[in-house]
Write a protein that binds this ligand. Structure first.
Ligand code: IVH
Length: 680
């Protein structure tokens, strides 16, 4: 890069970041995520280091907050409210350690404290003779806003110390610092309530907390579920503990809420060993955490190290990969599912979120796009948490330039061109053309998949080729395939063609339950198919069952029963059933080796909490039950495992306090796979 190009980039960054800064700190209307902001700042710092003559007083690297908005009284902080430098890897942490140990060899003996980096906003609380007299935001680090009456509405903040008579007394003057935030569960509940009242919902807990704290009307703040954790003392008239660890206990003894996740590491080596665990535990923390803060335990050493700009040298934040980022929506595509349901998806500028680069995300259904007013070229906020598939939260309307274009939902199926249809009262739109190629591909894919007929050697590519060339028009056609049909297709030579035909023919021995799964009837998964195969001897018997007869079976409600009857009532499906019989795909229940139930989880009790990445609650329950486990509603000493998803709430707290093991969805699957393996 030439010097000129670097300087142009530097100037643009200075200007852009200042705008982002103002939007974030003064307006509470950020256009980009915190993570993207951090990356911009990091780049600007690099460029400024190479071109120090360009570091002007108004460069965003020269301050840590924006000026306080005029609406509140100003508060001059007694000492600068410092920020934190960021690290993005263990290598960055090591570079930090090397730097400070060179400055002061005492660092090597100091020890460390690891704390959650709470994704909220800083407040500074002033106590005189144990009475809360003032609460202030950080502002620019020197002057903040007086939000005392709002802070008083936060229930976890002690208004008077000691809270309990007889506990330790507060110093005459005590100024503490903490982070105000909203628990994930409370955030979900708040949005539900707002939605019920027809009010606008919030995008994330952090912005909600910030907006709520800077409300001019504190009666509104009171209705927001704000909470706080305290982690530092800004000033005190009494001598302070010598270590961060003791300082945290001291704060706790005074009656302040402090995080119970804080831990000590005796050496820097131990810090590096512990960081992966902090990254893993992210989802099990009931509030948003955007990293882990590593602090020198010896506060005197930390103090002596001083600071660079507004970042103390004695502490650093290891940032997690961002889970929410913004990017530009380039287009909207439409997928046609197995049942013909149309699902729109976003195609955007590739962006890294939660550690992976993504360029597509689901938009759920057409109503979602209309309700959120998502337009092509919008800057959209996307989220990817844990191993969840990324999804679009909504557009950043403040970032609109006027070039954005509303999107029209297609009137015809993008695959076959047939007009799309809609059932009154349903959100979904369908392509009802039974011969639609896209549906055929999805149907074939499902039919041959591991959970259904499990045809070895049959992947998505060959399925697409067979459907596109018209060689296969329904699943029964697979069994009529001859070697010659395959030899004409890309990648299919002699042996490979033989193997595939063999795999297809071998699948005729699959059980009736698997064949029923393969038909892809709405609501009929592994468990229902196994029950049906227990009750009916073949597909013809099942085809003549009435809805009432089906509803008499345990676990079969009217929806599933009707879906089964409807499926067999369609002439195309009747023809398919006859064709399956003709080609010899006709398993009888009496030939099957008993019900498809497995008992790997026998005797184990599970509770499910939070939103799992891919399974719904019912599906997770089904997975556990089919493997012999039991699912109950509440955590007790008898619970063997808590299956934890995103936004887990009090059940998780209870499980932790009772020492109940936790499993992610992935770990649950692994557990079953392990048991399956060991049981042969
Ligand atoms: S210590 C000298 N500890 O992160 C003290 N900050 O990106 C410097 N934060 O402004 C801050 N959790 O608002 C510290 N356990 C924690 C924190 C924490 C969240 C916030 C704080 C700070 C920002 C820096």
């Amino acid at each position: 890069m030439t010097d000129n190009a670097e300087i142009d980039e530097l100037l643009k960054l200075q200007k852009d970041i200042n705008v982002h800064f103002y939007r974030y700190h003064v307006l509470d209307q950020p256009l980009i995520s915190d993570y993207e902001y951090d990356i911009l700042i990091k780049r600007l710092r690099e460029l400024e280091a190479r071109h120090p003559e360009m570091v002007t007083a108004d460069s965003p690297t020269q301050r840590i907050g924006a000026l306080a908005a005029d609406r509140f009284q100003k508060v001059t902080h007694p000492a600068p409210i410092l920020s934190l430098a960021n690290a993005f890897s263990n290598a960055d942490l090591t570079a930090w350690y090397d730097r400070i140990v060179k400055l002061d060899p005492k660092v090597a003996k100091s020890g460390y404290v690891l704390e959650p980096k709470i994704d909220g906003l800083t407040v500074v609380l002033r106590y005189e003779n144990g009475i809360l007299v003032q609460g202030a935001t950080r502002g620019d680090g020197e002057i903040g806003e007086d939000v005392t009456s709002n802070v008083r509405t936060i229930k976890s903040i002690p208004l008077k110390i000691p809270v309990i008579e007889g506990s330790i007394q507060a110093p005459e003057l005590l100024i503490v610092r903490g982070e105000v935030f909203i628990l994930r569960d409370d955030f979900v509940k708040l949005n539900q309530k707002l939605e019920e009242n027809g009010e606008k919902t919030y995008q994330n807990p952090r912005n909600t907390a910030a907006g709520s704290l800077r409300q001019l009307d504190s009666s509104l703040t009171r209705t927001r579920p704000l909470t706080i954790l305290i982690y530092a003392i800004v000033q005190s008239s009494d001598p302070l503990p010598e270590t961060q660890w003791d300082l945290i206990s001291y704060l706790r003894d005074l009656g302040f809420p402090v995080s119970d996740l804080i831990e000590r590491a005796d050496s820097f080596h131990e810090v590096l060993k512990n960081t992966p665990r902090w990254i893993e535990r992210r989802d099990s923390i009931p509030y948003e955490v955007d990293g882990v803060v590593i602090k020198l335990n010896d506060l005197r050493v930390a103090e002596e190290l001083g600071f660079v700009g507004k970042d103390p040298r004695g502490a650093i934040a290891l940032k997690y990969p961002a889970r929410e980022v913004t990017t530009i929506l380039k287009d909207i595509g439409v997928n046609v599912g197995r049942t013909g349901v149309l699902t729109p998806y976003a195609i955007f500028e590739p962006v890294e979120v939660g550690g992976v680069t993504v360029s597509k995300a689901t938009l759920h259904n057409f109503d979602f796009i209309a309700d959120k007013d998502i337009r092509i070229l919008d800057r959209v906020l996307i989220k990817r948490a844990g191993d969840v598939i990324p999804y679009v939260i909504g557009p950043i309307t403040e970032a609109r330039t006027g070039l954005e274009m509303p999107w029209q939902m297609p009137k015809t199926c993008p695959s076959c061109g047939q007009e799309v249809e809609h059932l009154a009262g349903e959100v979904a739109w369908y392509c009802v053309n039974g011969a639609c190629p896209a549906q055929l591909v999805r149907n074939l894919e499902h039919f041959v998949s591991r959970g259904a007929m499990d045809i070895v050697g049959m992947g998505i590519k060959i399925v697409e080729q067979l459907a596109e060339t018209g060689i296969v028009k329904d699943v029964a056609d697979l069994y009529r395939l001859k070697k010659e049909d395959l030899l004409g297709l890309e990648g299919y030579k002699d042996k490979k063609a033989d193997n595939l035909i063999e795999g297809i023919q071998a699948s005729k021995n699959q059980s009736l339950a698997r064949l029923i799964i393969g038909l892809g009837i709405r609501g009929v998964g592994e468990v229902a198919a196994a029950d049906l195969a227990n009750k009916f001897n073949d597909l013809s018997e099942l085809a003549s069952a009435s809805s009432l007869q089906l509803q008499q079976m345990e676990g079969f409600g009217p929806n599933t029963a009707d879906a089964i009857v409807d499926w067999f009532a369609r002439p195309a499906n009747q023809a398919l059933v006859a064709k399956l019989k003709e080609v010899g795909v006709w398993p009888l229940a009496s030939q099957s080796s008993g019900p498809a139930k497995r008992w790997y989880l026998d005797g184990k009790t599970f509770v499910i909490t939070g939103t799992l990445p891919t399974l719904s609650r019912d599906q997770a329950k089904e997975l556990i039950e089919i493997n012999g486990g039991k699912v109950t509603d509440s955590v007790s000493k008898k619970t063997d495992y808590l299956v934890v998803g995103e936004s887990a709430g009090s059940k998780l707290d209870k499980a932790i306090s009772l020492g109940v093991s936790q499993l992610s969805e992935e770990a649950l699957r692994e557990l079953i796979a392990e048991l399956e393996k060991s049981n042969g």
